[in-house]
Ligand binder design. Structure first.
Ligand SMILES: *Cc1c(COP(=O)(O)O)cnc(C)c1O
Length: 361
């Protein structure tokens, strides 16, 4: 087989999606499956849909296009708030978007009107994570202006946590989102259909039965893709953590000192790495590098293998503990973190191989 290679187990992904959709359904929550961690891989989207997600969420228009061209017909939600320069494409390509800027919404309204459509918008509220969203104090005047745009229908309110500020979803901050919705409904006499409470990091709150009942939608990527929640990154019960595996090849294997020889400055990436002198060690160079992965995000399946670091084209691992079992030409396999998965999916040098499911008709 060609290496390096990322295997994508579609049966495990479908199973993971079904597990997440199940726990959410028990609490009245529908799930948008988020494929952006796989650059919008159509078979990943299809596996999520077979597992019961009601729509697909994407952050990039290019990925949306890739999904559509491959025949994924499910409703599509744009997750990254649209750029003003791309409103025409957004209205054309997706069924709804998360939004936070009045100028963008005005342009989306015009673009929708030109097509004789009304574009559904979920207005994002910033609950303190300090990424996208309208500040709660500004929400009522903001919504008043959006309601005056004829090409926009406010489909609901949304929030996103744990992405920039690392703020954890709690019953309290989720209730603040619900209170915002109640205030909007009372002030303007409208009904907000969707209260989109967040991403994977909201799952522990849901499973604990502490998510306020009005929250009826989540956008879930990592828990389906990697089988983990993202507050403590613990495995989610009943899911697989190895739907994606990175297969690499040993291209050099030598016993060398563990401490560099000679006067030292920066490494290839301008960092000054620290080394511990552990004497002579067996070290393997593998055929992936920073161009293909984030080395910090790789967990070797063989616990005797230890990741030391990487340059652009080499991943360097210590295999002393596996002495005799690792040879040049052998395969070493790693479970990727979300960041490592994203990099591997994005790397043109890593083959993507579908396993574990019947070929699409
Ligand atoms: C990426 C993203 C998600 C999915 O996040 P996960 O942690 O992978 O579940 C949800 N909502 C928004 C707005 C996003 O950008």
């Amino acid at each position: 087989m060609g290496r390096p290679c990322l295997t994508i187990d579609l049966t495990k992904l479908e199973h993971n999606a079904r597990a997440i959709v199940g726990v959410c359904a028990r609490h009245g929550i529908s799930v948008t499956g988020v494929t952006k961690g796989t650059c919008g891989h159509p078979e990943v989207a299809n596996a999520m849909l077979r597992g019961g997600v009601s729509s697909i969420g994407e952050s990039r228009l290019e990925n949306v296009r890739r999904l559509r061209e491959a025949g994924v017909a499910a409703p599509m939600l744009m997750l990254r708030v649209p750029a003003l320069s791309r409103v025409e494409e957004v209205v054309e390509a997706v069924d709804a978007s998360l939004d936070s800027e009045l100028a963008v919404l005005a342009a989306l309204s015009q673009a929708a009107r030109r097509r004789g459509r009304v574009h559904p918008a979920i207005v994002m509220v910033d609950l303190g994570d300090l990424r996208e969203g309208v500040w709660p104090d500004d929400l009522v005047p903001f919504v008043r202006q959006v309601l005056a745009l004829p090409g926009i229908r406010i489909a609901g309110l949304g929030a996103n946590l744990s992405c920039f500020g690392g703020v954890i979803p709690t019953a309290e901050n989720m209730q603040r989102l619900v209170n915002c919705a109640l205030e909007i409904e009372k002030t303007f006499g409208i009904e907000l259909v969707w209260i989109s409470g967040g991403n994977t990091s909201a799952l522990p709150l849901v499973a604990a039965g502490r998510m306020p009942a009005r929250v009826n939608h989540l956008r879930i990527g990592e828990a389906i893709l990697l089988g983990r929640e993202t507050v403590h990154r613990t495995p989610w019960p009943g899911t697989h953590q190895d739907a994606f595996l990175l297969h690499t090849e040993v291209i050099e294997l030598k016993r060398k000192p563990s401490f560099p020889i000679g006067e030292r400055a920066e490494d290839a990436f301008g960092e000054a790495p620290r080394f511990e002198d552990r004497g002579a060690r067996d070290r393997a160079l593998l055929d992936v590098g920073r161009e293909d992965v984030t080395p910090e995000g790789l967990v070797p399946l063989d616990p005797r293998v230890e990741v030391l670091g990487a340059s652009s084209d080499y991943l360097i691992v210590d295999v002393t503990q596996a002495r005799g079992d690792v040879r040049v030409g052998d395969e070493l396999v790693f479970a990727p973190s979300y960041a490592a998965l994203l990099a591997a999916m994005d790397s043109a040098y890593v083959e993507k191989r579908l396993v574990g499911a019947p070929a699409a008709p």
